[in-house]
Design a protein around this ligand. Structure first.
Ligand SMILES: Nc1ncnc2c1ncn2[C@@H]1O[C@H](COP(=O)(O)OP(=O)(O)OP(=O)(O)O)[C@@H](O)[C@H]1O
Length: 834
């Protein structure tokens, strides 16, 4: 396929990543024991296009170059492109292809939103003509892998936008990334957006789901603490799941059942763990298999033998896994076992064993793997191949003999080492050399930190001879290996399926592992969020202090919780804990708590001011307002919202006003909302709503020393009483007595003045009336719900209730007026003090 001129980057593309990420030169990653890391290296390239109609219809195509998986998505989005941004955030692409018309002459709203939310993504404009839906369909028919799961063609035949994006993306990858796909080699998947919890990028950042905010390299993230996976596939699956937890109950329940079985059966747990530890990156391996290589050379031949050895190793590991899974009962584990027992996998294995020596295994060390490659093909396939191998063997023996003779001749314990770039070389440590000079035979002497490295002319010629014989081996093996790989390629679909199953098993094992190291409970899914003695999963795992567990509650009747309390008392931690525990439960994992009942959440929002400094182009307050507006626009009845200290970036009055309005708006929805605030007035005012509950964190104050504040980190019902914690903390921080005294005076004066003004103002009276009116409404609702009286009697009862409230309201207003007069005279007395 020729390279279209306009497919190269257009001038003015906002390019941050310029290296191409072709995978044909990659080797399947090996895993060491224990956890696998990374899982997010931007291996996706995405093409996105917007429909021309009134409704915002988005078409997206995304290809994972590491696993050859191709996702197609088409969905209607909100005017702020919430779904598109969420999906892009989860995919974490290195490049996003957009039509030139979306960038030039000005950025379209969609491209502007992408740049704003994903500043590291490279936006690549390409000509609009490549977004061709008919071509997209042709490509799918040509490249789609034969799979037992059926074709994607039926699902996408009417989805013109995702087909158009498919055409643009495939054309771009083939011409720009220099990757040619073999026919029937790509796994196309049509993805429906529903079925998973939506977590916007800023919430994912605030909650430190996959990246720690203070140190991006730190593993103090939710991914870090949950990640006990052994394979790269498992780690990748965990990462995507954390950013996009499932939202459908059957999936979650089957995962929970699998975790239970894995934790209850010790032999099963250790058997599976042992087998998983030895897997290579299967996705990368299969991807290398299905990509058509353009340049066939020695390097390619060498890589091909590596691949066959890796497949042999993988199939052996699959067999170990099968044994470990024998007798499982859970539906998910049974399905995984069944897939791993597919006869087609045995067929591939048999075929490999016909060609490759039985004792050839995958090796992590470079010299070991070179030896395996050399002896991979069974003897007798090609006489010349056997001769070349004999030369390799003899020359290698000559190297060792030569070193022994040098050691004897110079009385030095010389060691042979190996490096894949320049072959064998010699080393000796500093202590062994004991300050002596090396004899003149030794050349290219390079002192290193602990040893000296050198070679000889003879060794250099041995290295050349070995390389020559190896080249012959690779070239003569190539035809046999390619034929074998062609046969394996036919079974790519079953291999991909097996890889998916291994990833899923690894994910469940990771959750089971967490249960073994931490006290966790199986969550229930109901309409109520009720967590007993819940713990913050990241804090618990990463702080040395004992973490104090807390209860969490929200239901239809009490869907908003307002949390007050002094500084440093644990409010933010509590909010994060609510969100994180919900995510953990929906992942299908056990939850760090004594009991957990969770309501399925479709969208998770947060307004937590942790990454303000990261958004240099937006002021703290502006960012706060943008995030809050986003929540109000997108909140649904099944959402979970956590808001920490809203309105702190502006004047107190405006801040309180905004926070009140936002809370009022959210209180009208069925979303579960948790708000932490220092505005005591907010908590008092919102108390009037029947569905709002107040919680607070308390502190223990030493009566002997008012500044000695001890946080209990325990949440209690009601509003926090004391408001002078700021002053106490200031004392603890080392403020002088004089400054503290002055601060106390000013604080007292302002408080008194504000109280007087509010009590006297129309707004103050209105607020009191408003509160009483809400109390009345609440009583009416409760009476209606609770009463079994017939309708006429109920109406009579309600009328009497109303009269009672009117009297109460009049009394309240009278008290308010009296307080105003008293406060005003007190304020006048204090006036001279400030
Ligand atoms: N349940 C807990 N158990 C142990 N330590 C906790 C707990 N909750 C919070 N902490 C610790 O207390 C410190 C303060 O917590 P946090 O930031 O949540 O307080 P805050 O009330 O939000 O403070 P501020 O109002 O000043 O923002 C943190 O270092 C945190 O690790």
């Amino acid at each position: 396929m020729g390279r279209p001129a306009t497919l190269s980057r257009s001038a003015g593309a906002t390019s941050t990543n310029t290296t191409s990420k072709g995978t044909h030169s990659r080797r399947p990653g090996t895993t060491t024991s224990g956890r696998t890391s990374g899982a997010s290296e931007g291996s996706f390239i995405v093409a996105i296009i917007e429909g021309r109609g009134i409704a915002t219809e988005i078409g997206m195509a995304a290809m994972d170059l590491r696993s050859n998986e191709f996702l197609l998505l088409q969905f209607s989005d909100s005017p702020t492109y919430t779904k598109a941004i969420h999906k892009l955030f989860v995919l974490n692409p290195s490049e996003v292809l957009v039509s030139l018309t979306m960038m030039d002459p000005v950025k379209s709203k969609l491209t502007a939103v992408i740049s704003e939310n994903l500043p590291d993504v490279d936006l690549v404009p390409i000509s609009r003509k490549y977004f061709n839906d008919n071509l997209g369909m042709e490509y799918i028919k040509q490249y789609e892998l034969d799979s037992a799961g059926g074709s994607v063609v039926g699902s996408v035949s009417e989805k013109v936008y995702c087909l158009a994006a498919t055409a643009a993306l495939l054309k771009y990858i083939q011409s720009q990334q220099n990757i040619m796909f073999a026919n029937r080699s790509v796994r196309f998947k049509y993805e429906v957006m529903e079925g998973s919890m939506m977590i916007d990028p800023s919430t994912a950042r605030n909650l430190e789901l996959v990246i720690n905010l203070s140190n991006p390299r730190s593993s103090h993230t939710l991914f870090g603490v949950l990640n006990h996976t052994c394979t790269p596939m498992g780690a990748r699956l965990l990462r995507t799941n954390i950013l996009q937890p499932p939202c459908d109950l059957p999936t979650i329940m089957t995962r929970l059942d699998a975790v239970r079985e894995l934790t209850e059966k010790e032999e099963l747990f250790f058997g599976v763990k042992e087998a998983l530890k030895n897997f290579l990156d299967c996705d990368a391996l299969i991807t290398l298999l299905v990509h058509n290589q353009k340049n066939v050379n020695v390097r390619h031949a060498e890589q091909a033998i590596n691949n066959v050895i890796s497949f042999k190793h993988t199939l052996t590991m699959i067999e170990t896994l099968r044994h470990a899974l024998t007798g499982v009962e859970n539906v998910l584990l049974l399905a995984i076992h069944k897939t791993l027992c597919q006869p087609r996998l045995d067929l591939i294995k048999e075929r490999i064993y016909e060609v490759i020596n039985d004792d050839v295994t995958f090796q992590k060390n470079a010299l070991g793997l070179r030896n395996q490659r050399c002896y991979a093909i069974k003897a007798g396939f090609n006489g010349l191949l056997d001769v070349a191998r004999q030369t390799y063997k003899e020359t290698t023996n000559d190297v060792y003999d030569m070193v022994t003779s040098y050691s004897n001749q110079f009385d030095l314990p010389i060691k042979v080492s190996f490096n894949p770039a320049y072959g064998f070389y010699l080393t000796i440590t500093r202590e062994q050399l004991q300050g002596r000079e090396l004899p003149l035979e030794f050349i290219n002497v390079e002192p290193k930190k602990k040893f000296t490295q050198f070679t000889t002319l003879k060794l250099l010629s041995y290295n050349d001879r070995i390389q020559e014989s190896l080249t012959e081996v690779y070239i003569m093996s190539d035809k046999i290996v390619e034929e074998l790989l062609d046969e394996i390629r036919k079974h790519a679909a079953v291999l991909y399926k097996a890889s998916e199953c291994i990833a899923l098993l690894d994910l469940s094992m990771s959750f089971a592992h967490m249960c073994t190291i931490s006290d966790c409970v199986r969550p229930e899914f109901t309409e109520t969020l009720a967590i007993k003695r819940g713990r913050h999963p990241i804090k618990e795992a990463t702080t040395s202090n004992m973490f104090v567990p807390n209860d969490i509650y929200a239901s239809d009747g009490a869907n908003m919780q307002i949390i007050t309390g002094p500084n440093m008392s644990g409010k933010s931690t509590y909010l994060r804990q609510v969100a994180l525990l919900t995510i953990v439960a929906q992942l299908g994992s056990y939850v760090p708590a004594a009991y957990a009942s969770v309501r399925l959440t479709d969208k998770l929002f947060s307004r937590i001011g942790m990454d303000d400094s990261l958004q240099a182009n937006s002021s703290t307050f502006m960012l706060e307002m943008k995030e809050t507006a986003f929540i109000l626009q997108n909140v649904s009845s099944k959402s979970l919202v956590v808001i920490d200290e809203l309105g702190r970036g502006t004047s107190t009055n405006d801040g309180l006003g905004i926070t009140f309005a936002v809370c009022e708006q959210l209180a009208k929805t069925k979303a579960f909302t948790f708000v932490a605030t220092h505005f005591q007035e907010l908590a008092s005012a919102m108390e009037a709503y029947p569905n709002v509950a107040n919680l607070h964190f308390s502190v223990d104050v030493n009566p002997e020393d008012q500044a000695a504040v001890q946080c209990s980190y325990t949440v209690h019902d009601g509003i926090s009483g004391d408001t002078a914690y700021g002053l106490r903390l200031a004392k603890l921080a080392g403020f002088s007595d004089a400054v503290l005294e002055r601060a106390r005076d000013v604080s007292h004066h302002l408080r008194t003045k504000i109280a007087a003004a509010r009590a006297n103002s129309k707004a103050g009276r209105d607020e009191a009336q408003h509160v009483l009116a809400l109390q009345l409404a609440r009583a009416l609702v409760q009476a209606r719900r609770a009463s079994k009286l017939p309708e006429p009697q109920l109406r009579k009862y309600l009328a009497s209730l109303q009269a009672e409230y009117k009297t109460k309201m009049a009394a309240t207003m009278a008290t308010k007026t009296a307080t105003t007069t008293a406060t005003r005279s007190s304020a006048t007395e204090n006036e001279s003090g400030v």
